[in-house]
Design a protein around this ligand. Structure first.
Ligand SMILES: Nc1nc2c(ncn2[C@@H]2O[C@H](COP(=O)(O)OP(=O)(O)OP(=O)(O)O)[C@@H](O)[C@H]2O)c(=O)[nH]1
Length: 880
């Protein structure tokens, strides 16, 4: 190491034979910025100052601080260092005219560069802080940190950084990387730990067909392995050149060590005598072993995430050493915890290893799933896939009904469309595929997905109501998905219909009607009378022609799961929208983390078909398990391969969720600490279909407020089971069932364990109720139940007891555990608990209608003949 090089705290500590913590303390006292832990880098200036201090070449003692001079003379070693540092600081604050570091302007890059080339200041007469004031080398650190992680500039500024790499320095020494084909998407999604931007590495796309830009597939969206939070990434490991220099400098280091060791020995002997010295030397040596690890001289291969213990094995270091290093990087990880590839690369490089990144099994699978690209000649026209979107009650379902000439609305619970179904209509020999997207806000996520798989969006706006919040939302979804919008101005049969008002309002959102010189087709229609429906279909065909929608219908099929449900008789059933290729009975497929062989295909009219081509929605039977809405669906040649890919995806999912359950990053940890005061409403959601479960989960999560946070622990499809109840019981959760039953056993356990199961038929009711219970979490709601009435016919005054009413129960019953409302001349004069309930002289629990009894009231003696006692109880309100 030369004097001008930056070193890590632990390296410097080792060199000057000082405990790292003490060195950090010293550096803090010297006001050296950005010293956070033993991994922090120390600028050459500070290195030199520390060395000077440790070697006794102390900065000049200020004449005004004789005590310090005296102390310095009488002590040595660490004490000397600390006190000298103090003196330097005191001196600076007393005498220096330099403004504080925070007020000084940051140096220019040129100044930074020159800082490295400045002559060594050791032994000069200038004190450390004055040097900082004039040259501010430590401001470089700020600049360095501010630009850390992936976006750190590649050149200039930091002398140790490799120049011009354009990549995160942590990758600078990584080995060769796979260079996936240029047609694949830049793999930036889910890449949180500083994947270099603008570098030449492209992670293979996780999506396997072009139309599905969704991210909801489980193997993509599951909890991620640990990543490095945005804390300063330490600089790169030294270059070969620097390493060579490092070897040379070790000699110097040894000399310095010997010298300081010798001096320290003298100092210690002076202070403690020889026995004490050997003890302190031992402990210093131990500590050095703890904090300073020799660099790892290994070349490791990383493909994807890796367990901490496995990485430690590969690196040949102890797991706890690795964990310490990770903590220094701000990652709290246990031995069995999974680290994402980026974090693993950073920490491994940090430890001195060279890292070679290889395509993960996942990435290789994605390549297989992606299949061959289609040549332009293989493409033929395909029907447009259309999604109908719009505000609630603006007539989406009615419009679709009219188009399909069927009526769906009547069979829907609460009159709200609840699934994504799909249907194909034929108009003048042209096919158009409609996805039924639900209108309620609760289905935002499904609608968003609908927009992603569709070619054209029909935006339904009621002519009498105009643009409403969900109209705007729909516009945004379509725009985000780059899907052209055709507007259907509906309900024009109504007397208060005002299509021009709708056109005006839509223009505020960038949709200008064609007839007004814009490029948005707007068709006035009436789902009720059928007026304008032909024009709307014509407009859709026109739009499809403009888009030149084409696909290869002779390749193995690829598509998207748009809905999935468990059917009692048929097992897992899913609707697949074929994006390209021909899907045939007998085909082997992977869908998300499940697989299967197509047993049967059923079209939108319920007919069995042998195959389905591009744009066709078709119900598929033959899944080994239930896939998830939004999953990709890909035909493979071989069942073994399909199984292995599905299994691998499932395994990854499992690992990810286990890993997520066990540990947290430092940021999460701190957040948790902060959030201790926040109440949580935990929910387990079960619904009849995936779309509903997902939509409900998303909607309720949005209900979180400052006081209560809604956490969906689990959401799934099917009956509420024993496992759901156990999960809810273990985590104080409420179970929300949507259109599903409850297993008998589950119900029994729920009753026993007081697990609340709420069932709903209409999603809006579920959201409304949860919202209400959020507000009511602090005080549960009760409902009054009237039990019966009694007439006071006589009043007895009993010494030490008070008034007792001789009553006759006129209707219902009086319960000892109930409450009494005293009604006199039609007004309530008292409400409270029963103090005693007797039949003759016996205490009883209840008295039925037609019997006489004695009733004493707690804290109320003003009973009068003729009063009516109304008995009631309060029961906690539960949703049915
Ligand atoms: N007068 C008139 N009423 C209509 C028309 N279209 C729909 N409606 C009525 O508007 C109401 C809502 O229609 P839906 O088709 O259920 O609306 P939606 O947008 O699908 O509603 P959600 O599924 O709840 O989002 C129903 O009472 C329909 O009869 C129309 O063109 N004219």
């Amino acid at each position: 190491m030369t004097e001008k090089e930056k070193v890590r705290v632990y390296e410097l500590a080792k060199e000057v034979k000082l405990d790292s913590r003490r060195l950090i303390d010293l550096l803090h006292r010297l006001h050296v910025e950005n010293i956070k832990n033993h991994m922090s880098t120390v600028e050459p200036e500070a290195v030199q100052t520390v060395k000077n201090i440790m070697e006794g070449k102390l900065p000049p003692e200020p004449p005004t601080t004789p005590t310090v001079v005296k102390k310095t003379e009488s002590s040595a070693g660490e004490t000397a260092a600390r006190e000298t540092a103090e003196s330097a600081v005191v001196h600076h604050s007393n005498a220096s005219t330099t403004p504080p570091a925070s007020k000084r302007p940051a140096p220019t890059p040129a100044a930074n560069a020159s800082a490295g080339a400045r002559p060594a200041t050791s032994g000069t007469n200038r004190n450390y802080n004055e040097r900082r004031g004039s040259q501010a080398p430590y401001r470089d650190h700020n600049r360095y940190d501010a630009g850390n992680n992936a976006h750190r500039p590649s050149g200039g500024g930091a002398p140790n950084r490799p120049q011009g790499s354009g990549r995160n320095p942590a990758y600078a020494n990584s080995g060769p990387r796979p260079q996936p084909g240029g047609d694949r998407r830049q793999g930036s999604q889910g890449n949180s730990a500083g994947r270099p931007q603008g570098g030449n590495y492209q992670r293979p796309s996780t999506n396997s067909h072009s139309t599905s830009a969704r991210s909801s597939a489980p193997y993509r969206s599951g909890p991620k392995p640990l990543t490095v939070p945005p804390v300063p990434v330490p600089p790169t490991r030294p270059s070969k050149e620097q390493s060579r220099r490092g070897i040379h400098n070790n000699k110097d280091r040894r000399n310095v060590h010997e010298e300081i060791g010798r001096r320290r020995g003298e100092w210690d002997e002076e202070r403690y005598g020889s026995k004490k010295r050997s003890k302190s030397q031992k402990s210093a040596a131990n500590h050095q072993n703890e904090t300073a690890m020799p660099p790892v001289q290994r070349h490791i291969v990383l493909s994807g995430s890796i367990m901490v213990k496995d990485l430690a094995d590969q690196l040949g270091v102890k797991a706890n050493e690795l964990i310490k290093r990770l903590i220094a990087l701000g990652v709290m990880a246990g031995v069995n915890q999974e680290l994402d590839r980026d974090t693993a690369v950073i920490v491994a490089t940090e430890l001195g290893a060279t890292v070679e990144e290889r395509a993960t099994q996942e990435e290789q699978e994605e390549l297989i799933l992606q299949g061959e690209d289609d040549s332009p000649e293989s493409l033929t026209e395909r029907p447009p896939v259309v999604t109908v979107m719009g505000h609630v009650d603006h007539g989406k379902t009615s419009l679709l009904d009219r188009i399909r000439a069927t009526r769906v609305t009547q069979s829907e619970a609460g009159g709200i469309t609840q699934h994504i179904g799909a249907s194909v209509i034929e108009w003048h020999d042209r096919k158009v595929v409609f996805l039924d997207t639900p209108g309620h806000e609760a289905f935002t996520s499904m609608r968003a997905r609908g927009a992603q798989v569709t070619d054209v969006a029909v935006l339904v706006v009621a002519a009498n109501d105009g643009v409403m919040p969900q109209t705007v939302e729909a516009i945004n979804h379509a725009k985000a998905a780059n899907v052209p919008i055709v507007v259907a101005i509906n309900k024009i049969d109504l007397p208060d219909a005002n299509p021009d008002k709708v056109r005006t309002e839509l223009s505020n959102y960038g949709l200008i009607a064609e007839e007004w010189g814009g490029d948005t087709i707007m068709v006035p229609v009436s789902a009720r009378t059928g007026e304008g429906i032909d024009q709307l279909l014509e407009a859709l065909i026109l739009q499809a022609d403009i888009l030149e929608l084409k696909a290869n219908s002779h390749r193995p099929a690829q598509g998207t799961i748009i809905e999935a449900k468990l059917d009692k008789g048929r097992g897992p059933v899913a609707t697949v929208l074929v994006a390209k290729g021909l899907l045939k009975v007998g085909d082997v497929f992977v869908a998300g983390s499940v697989y299967g062989r197509v047993r049967a295909l059923i079209n939108d009219r319920g007919q069995r078909v042998k195959s389905a081509g591009p744009s066709m929605p078709v119900e598929v039977l033959g899944f080994n398990q239930l896939p998830e809405a939004g999953d990709d669906f890909v035909i493979l040649a071989d069942e073994k391969q399909a199984k292995s890919i599905a299994d691998a995806r499932q395994e990854r999912l499992k690992r990810q969720s286990e890993s997520a359950g066990r540990g947290v990053s430092l940021d999460d940890f701190l957040q948790r600490l902060k959030d201790e005061a926040v109440k949580e409403l935990n929910l387990v959601i079960k619904a009849d279909v995936h779309g509903s479960a997902e939509a409900l989960a998303q909607s309720v999560s949005k209900l979180s407020n400052e006081e209560v946070r809604v956490r969906v622990l689990h959401s799934g499809v099917g009956t509420v089971t024993e496992t759901d109840v156990m999960l809810a019981q273990a985590s104080n959760a409420i179970i929300v069932g949507f259109g599903v039953g409850v297993e008998n056993k589950a119900r029994q356990i729920a009753e026993k364990e007081h697990v609340d199961i709420r069932n709903y038929r209409v999603i809006y009711d579920a959201i409304d109720d949860i919202n209400k219970s959020l507000k009511g979490m602090l005080e549960p709601k009760y409902q009054e139940v009237i039990l019966g009435r009694a007439e006071v016919r006589e009043v007895f005054r009993v010494p030490k007891v008070g008034a007792v009413a001789g009553c006759y129960v006129t209707d219902g019953k009086i319960l000892r555990s109930g409450k009494i409302r005293v009604i006199r001349d039609g007004a309530v004069v008292h409400e409270g608990n029963i103090g005693s309930l007797k039949r003759f002289k016996d205490d009883v629990r209840e008295v039925a209608s037609g019997f006489e009894c004695g009733i004493g009231l707690e804290k109320f003696n003003d009973i009068k003949v003729g009063d009516i006692f109304e008995a009631f109880t309060e029961e906690e309100v539960k949703a049915s």
